[in-house]
Design a binder for this molecule. Sequence first.
Ligand SMILES: *Cc1c(COP(=O)(O)O)cnc(C)c1O
Length: 407
Amino acid sequence: MNTKLTPSGFDTICLHGGHQAESNRSHLTPVYASSTYVYDSAEQAAAMFMGQEQGYIYGRWGNPTINEAEEKIALLEAFGLTDESGNPLKLKAILHASGMAAISTGVLGCVKAGEKILTHHSLYGGAHEIFEKTMPGLGITATISDFHRLEAVEKAINADKSIRLMYIETPANPTLQCVDIEALTTLAKKYGLTVMVDNTFATPYLQQPFRWQVDFVLHSTTKFLNGHGTAIGGILIGRDVQLMSTAMTKTHRLLGGNSNAFDAFLLVNGLKTLSLRMDKHCSNAEKTAAFLAGHNAVANVNYLGLMSHPDYQIAQRQMKHPGAMLSFELKGGIDAGRKFINSLKLCTHAVSLGTCDTLISHPASTTHMGVPREQRLQYGITDGLIRMSVGLENIEDILNDLGQAME
Ligand SMILES: *Cc1c(COP(=O)(O)O)cnc(C)c1O
């Protein structure tokens, strides 16, 4: 058999990274629908349990289809980066049942009762809620700081010695707020904090937080990584391979938020076209943002590729491209927002993001309905705000649909 070439280009990793030879010569890694694995002997079983021999033991602990997704994503996040000694960076990833499961494992694997999380207000709703509602019952609380004001962040760290973890999400939902990963990580490391970054909106194609001294990156793979809206999933990737293989694996296995072979199979196949999809998503988003910015029914557009976005400079520095997510405010407020959504003929009205087709949602009447209006406005989620995950349709069709819905 030929020795395989180590994939080096990003696109090549999308296609071949993590692929494991399979005894029946199947081209694609099959869906390993098996809860348990068979031993050859009593001695082998004992050796596997002691970790002396590598191999699959039990489905919650590992699965070949899942393993392929994990290795592929770890390679993508490490692409082109080096460690302290100048060698190619090695990362380890653990696939979860959802983005929220990855967050649970990651946070509970780093923070103990009595310790605190330092974070910012523009987080994914589920992350905000688990910090607010579930973690406090376990003795873990979150302190909110303005991550745009480094002096305020440093003051917050100095004021509370129990802060253990800095939790960053950038770009963030739905205003596309962007914070400076490098500056925040440098500050966190000065005080010995662990840093975790939710990289869902950007994907490793547009942003690689491990370029800086970030310890963990996570994704909801439900979004752009799967890319087709076919499965819920989440991934936690860590720089400390030893820790990821021991303590973090233990936390993951015991919390039980493992993924499954079918969802992993869908994810692996979605990942094959990640760079192609992202290029088209991004170019369509750019054109959509320009169209909206010039439309007289639109009060303003939040897109990181527009110089009018307050975080334009940060995005330029740390992202390869400002991405495929945008939001915009209609002049007529909440009623105009509802009317617009009801008039769409092509774009899909649904929450979630990162699918091949364009998804549009109205946060004020759906995802953020439960947030008190005052607080919602403070976060920039105004009454008429529309969020868009720009898809891969022909741009003319997207723009025509938006145009007719605003008439
Ligand atoms: C969707 C999402 C999550 C949660 O992921 P699930 O797969 O829905 O559990 C976390 N962070 C961000 C930024 C998201 O968009």
